[in-house]
Design a protein. Structure first.
Length: 434
């Protein structure tokens, strides 16, 4: 559809299907004399989003929205009004938007400072068409993180989204997200067979135990419990099979990989034998985005061990492919096309599941399809890095639900089954606080 769009970059306008449409350029927001008490020391050797304190005007969940700060606008003053200098009194990561004091500078431990700066909220605008074929631009609401597509009037259809984020000097093609296809996860996901023994118990009305096993995305402490992928899935599965009794448990460990669980000693709340195999779940659903950073030989070693141990334990396994993370970590060959996941780790998971006949919930396919839906996947990252929000978590749930969707459609109640669903949710992060 981009062939139908012509840009006038300097004038902030475009021609869509021959119709000229004017856009409202994003404007910076000024923050004046924001008070920061007890500024921490700037840690140059730390992960960039943890080097200092996030500036509140660009704060995201667990950090700051990258690229949203105008670094030249930052001014730091003492409470008495004296101007403080970067490199002498404080330092700043301008991309990640975090700030900290320097040793031997003029900001003492426990002292307050006043910080002024400009920032650039993100915004998602839409070109929409009404029932008469007329086009108009609908402006979205500016938001530092998680901007939403603007609401439409009855009878309107979204044709194109324009994503503004960071300092935008001019309109570019990279900002354009044409709507090429509607959301249709059942068509995007290949039809697969569910884990057979689990399905037998589910259909019989016997209690089934599900263990969600993974890293911080599974732990999900940054979201309400009901918004986490496993809770969304368990609720949807109960609705699909209302006679079933479903017990959900969670074992997530932030910042860790599958290897970390295998390496934990007995007595640890994350010891694999005790707290994964030992719970005797009927089904384990694994989610490990962090394992993408491991050497490829570890993928084969870890997944093979998990498969062997699960089969020896009488536990069935469903593997989730990971969500998309920030684009500069994804290594897309073409940043304007994010429809295909380029990560070797994802290719490995797909091949491992195919080779060993393990049910695969391919959430990565749904993330890739967002591009065709005209949605920048970055707006689903709560921290702007690697943690999906509620909407992103829903893509995991949908990928899982497709495995268990009855071939004839509808839910168990609609097929004549009776009974009520009972679901018990327990979370290991509450049971095993460190």
């Amino acid at each position: 559809m981009k062939n139908n769009v012509k840009l006038d970059a300097e004038a902030w306008s475009l021609r869509f299907n021959g119709i000229s449409l004017r856009l409202t350029p994003p404007r910076p927001v000024g923050v004046s004399d924001e008070i920061y008490e007890n500024l921490p020391l700037f840690r140059r050797d730390a992960a960039p989003w943890t080097q200092g304190r996030p500036l509140r005007g660009i704060a995201a969940c667990e950090g700051c929205q990258t690229g949203a700060l105008d670094p030249a606008s930052v001014k730091v003053r003492s409470e008495s009004g004296g101007r403080l200098r970067r490199g002498r009194d404080y330092d700043l990561n301008p991309f990640w938007g975090v700030i900290g004091r320097l040793e031997n500078g003029r900001i003492g431990d426990g002292e307050s400072v006043r910080i002024s700066y400009r920032c650039f909220p993100a915004r998602l605008d839409s070109v929409v068409r009404d029932s008469a074929g007329r086009l108009r631009v609908v402006r979205g609401c500016p938001a530092v993180t998680l901007p939403e597509p603007p609401p439409l009037e009855p009878g309107e259809a979204r044709m194109l989204n324009i994503f503004f984020h960071g300092a935008c000097a001019r309109l570019t093609e990279a900002m354009l997200y044409p709507v090429q296809e509607a959301e249709d996860w059942r068509r995007v996901l290949p039809r697969q067979s569910p884990p057979p023994e689990f399905m037998k118990k589910l259909l019989s009305g016997k209690k089934v135990r599900i263990l969600a096993w993974g890293d911080s995305v599974t732990e999900g402490k940054y979201l309400p419990e009901k918004d986490r992928w496993q809770n969304q899935f368990a609720a949807a599965l109960s609705a699909l099979y209302p006679h079933a009794e479903i017990e959900l448990e969670t074992l997530g460990w932030g910042g860790r990989t599958m290897s970390a669980f295998f390496d934990e000693p007995p007595g640890s709340p994350y010891h694999f034998q005790e707290h994964v195999l030992g719970r005797k779940p009927d089904l384990v659903i694994s989610e490990f985005v962090n394992d993408a950073g491991l050497p490829p030989e570890k993928w084969e070693e870890n997944f093979s061990r998990a498969l062997s141990d699960f089969r020896g334990n009488g536990t069935e396994w469903v593997i989730l492919t990971p969500h998309y993370v920030r684009s500069d970590w994804m290594n897309f060959p073409d940043s304007s096309d994010t429809s295909e996941d380029p990560r070797p780790y994802v290719r490995f998971i797909r091949e491992f599941a195919r080779k060993h006949r393990i049910p695969l919930a391919d959430a990565s396919l749904l993330y890739g399809h967002l591009r065709k839906e005209g949605i920048p996947y970055e707006i689903l990252l709560a921290n702007g890095i690697n943690h999906p929000d509620r909407r992103g978590m829903a893509l995991f749930s949908r990928a899982l639900l497709e495995l268990f969707r009855p071939a004839c459609g509808g839910n168990a109640a609609e097929r004549g089954d009776s009974g009520t669903a009972e679901k018990k949710n327990t979370n290991s992060e509450k049971e095993h606080e460190r």
